[in-house]
Design a protein around this ligand. Structure first.
Ligand SMILES: C[S@@+](CC[C@H](N)C(=O)[O-])C[C@H]1O[C@@H](n2cnc3c(N)ncnc32)[C@H](O)[C@@H]1O
Length: 224
């Protein structure tokens, strides 16, 4: 089983989440600059909300969802503090989005709502859990319009680091049916060293502010 909401809540409540870095991921900022984000956007597992805040500020129609109420509370406060109170967040389980008529239509999958999905460090959470990973891929398929794009930024197993690190093969194999992996390249995911990961930080290049750019994959996957 992947971690329950209580685990995710605790790292926001204690402010020990190593992915809460006070800025959007540079790889996602770059994606937006290159024009890879269009139309209605979903930010699943939005965490502190940095990507929803960034995209709302830039004028996108975007919604951040997270299964952790503490994450959503954190994201709303973060958006207000950054002067973007219009950023929209809600508590939702990314594994069952197809059940939402407003996201997927009724019957499920008949009217997918999203043109672009920006997954920053959620897919890898399901990495070793075959059933949950498959449920997540099905859930995204139901809500992503045909021809729409899913971006996956996931920690990579090619270098030492912390967090759930996965292979590029796992990404390709997960999106065989109903999707086309158009691009899959090495990237970086920025994290910060907190008490929860300090023991795994040996040998990593850590900046003066305690941040580290971990090996990652960036995939662009088109919904057929
Ligand atoms: C590693 S964090 C990444 C947060 C953010 N996207 C980022 O890159 O900073 C993963 C997030 O996914 C959320 N999460 C985990 N399982 C989830 C699920 N089944 N549905 C929705 N959110 C989930 C966690 O609460 C956590 O906020």
């Amino acid at each position: 089983m992947t971690r329950p909401a209580d685990f995710w809540n605790s790292v926001y409540d204690d402010d020990t989440a190593p992915w809460v870095i006070g800025e959007p991921q540079p790889a996602i900022v770059e994606l937006e600059r290159e024009g890879w984000i269009t139309g209605r956007v979903l930010d699943p597992g939005c965490g502190a909300g940095e990507h929803t805040i960034l995209l709302t500020r830039l004028g996108y129609d975007v919604r951040g969802i997270d299964m952790s109420p503490s994450a959503v509370e954190y994201a709303r406060a973060n958006a207000a503090a950054q002067g973007v109170p219009a950023a929209v967040f809600e508590v939702a389980d990314a594994l069952t989005l197809g059940d939402r008529a407003d996201f997927a239509g009724d019957p499920p999958g008949s009217a997918p709502a999203f043109d672009t999905i920006v997954d920053s460090a959620l897919f890898h959470v399901f990495g070793t859990e075959d059933a949950e990973r498959a449920a997540y891929v099905r859930s995204l398929h139901a809500i992503c319009k045909p021809g729409g794009v899913l971006h996956v930024l996931a920690l990579s197993d090619t270098e030492p680091g912390f967090g759930p690190r996965i292979s590029d093969t796992l990404i390709r194999e997960s999106f065989r049916d109903g999707w086309t992996v158009e691009d899959l390249r090495p990237a970086r995911y920025r994290g910060r060293i907190t008490d929860t990961v300090a023991q795994n930080a040996e040998g990593l290049e850590v900046s003066e502010s305690g941040k580290v750019d971990l090996a990652a994959w960036l995939a662009r996957i088109r919904r057929e």
